[in-house]
Design a protein around this ligand. Sequence first.
Ligand code: CA
Length: 220
Amino acid sequence: MRILLVEDDPLVSDAIVRGLATAGYAVDAVTDAESVQVHLDAAHYDLAIVDLGLPGEDGFTLVHRLRREGSSLPLLIVTARDGLDDRINALDLGADDYLVKPFALPELAARCRALIRRATAAANEMVVGRLRIDLAGRRAINDDRRALELTRREWSILECLAHHSGRVVSKERLIQAIGSWDEEISGNAIEVHVSRLRAKLGEAATVRSIRGLGYRLDDA
Ligand code: CA
């Protein structure tokens, strides 16, 4: 799952990027609202985290503009302003949730999970075939009740497919889900990760290749 972070404070930004990477997210960080559109045009994001106090266009205006333009991207506000009016204002303009700084990174990660889950109408725990996928615990359990040993990228691919279970996910979308701008991931690399993931899934569930379109997670 890929997150766009809009935060001008480099220390806060670095901490969030590192914290969310540990939680398994690919994060692209920008420092102003003006850089947001370029990113949204170039990649699929599952969530944006927006700081309210930004140089130039502020977070309120950004949220308002995105919603006016019809974007349904989940928006999480992070703000040092603990004023009640600011929080109400941000939510009324179209933000989905907020967190007041300073916050604990595990809480930020949990809120990201909750918002993405809500947006994709996914449950915290999903069953596909004989595979149980625990999104919060970041593990997949087969019918031997054994947690599969997946690499970070294999998990990210499974997570993205599970959020769109039964539907086709393009290779491009998977590339975007598992890597930020800093990581070059090729289509061939995706094929390698998918084939290793398939081997680990065994007969519990199947990742089907849909020629020319992408991949789909199916019951085995
Ligand atoms: Ca700021």
